[in-house]
Each structure stands twice: as C-alpha cells, then as structure tokens.
Ligand binder design. Structure first.
Ligand code: FES
Length: 114
C-alpha cells in the first residue's frame, strides 16, 4: 500500500478543517504527493510512474490524469511538456458477466462441475 500524505490545517477560531490532498488519478486513488515522491525516488517517465502507482490504468484509462501527471513530471524534472512520452493507450475494457457472451444464442451458460 502506498503511503498517504495528508496535511490537515486546523483553524481554531472558526473550526474549519481543510484537507490538503490533491488526488491526481481518481480511478486509482493516487495523490500528487505520491507521484512527486516516486519521481524523486527515480521513477522519471510516464511508464515508470504507471508501473509503480498504476496511474492511467483505471477505468478511464488515463483520460482524467495523463495530462496532470505529465505536468507534474515536467515541473519536477524541468523537462518541457512536449518531451514527456505518453504511455500507450489501451482500448477501454469493462467486466461483463459470462452470460452476456451467450446472449442472442440458443446456448445455455455451462455450469461448473465440482
Ligand atoms: S483518472 Fe487515472 S486512470 Fe482514470
């Protein structure tokens, strides 16, 4: 499990609580702090970050986080955005029940023998 960095600011006068956590990859629940930490540990490319934190591997396949991760790498390493190599896109997949593969056929779903 990845370490979590949560900064809590307490303002005692009005009892306001702010959580200073920036989620970059919502599908895989990865924060900016985790990405920055991995970059400084030596994971310096999009593929490195993808493999170690599973970013861009969620249900949206990186539509929600690729650009943000590239910006973080660019900022942290001083590399121009156009030089950040994006990982390959995969077609979207979604789990389906096995019975869906037998729809519109006369076949029955085979039962598993124990
Ligand atoms: S937001 Fe990162 S994979 Fe969906």
């Amino acid at each position: 499990m990845h370490n979590r960095f949560i900064v809590i600011h307490l303002t005692l006068h009005n009892f306001r609580i702010e959580l200073d956590v920036k989620i970059i990859c919502r599908c895989e629940d990865v924060t900016e702090e985790e990405i920055v930490k991995k970059i400084h540990e030596g994971y310096r490319t999009m593929d490195d970050i993808k493999r170690i934190l599973r970013v861009t591997m969620g249900l949206c396949q990186g539509k929600g986080c690729r650009k943000h991760i590239a910006k973080i790498i660019s900022r942290e390493l001083g590399i121009p955005m156009k030089e950040i190599v994006q990982p390959t896109y995969r077609p979207p997949t979604k789990p389906i029940p096995i019975s869906a593969t037998f729809e519109n056929t006369n076949k029955r779903v085979p039962s598993v023998q124990h």
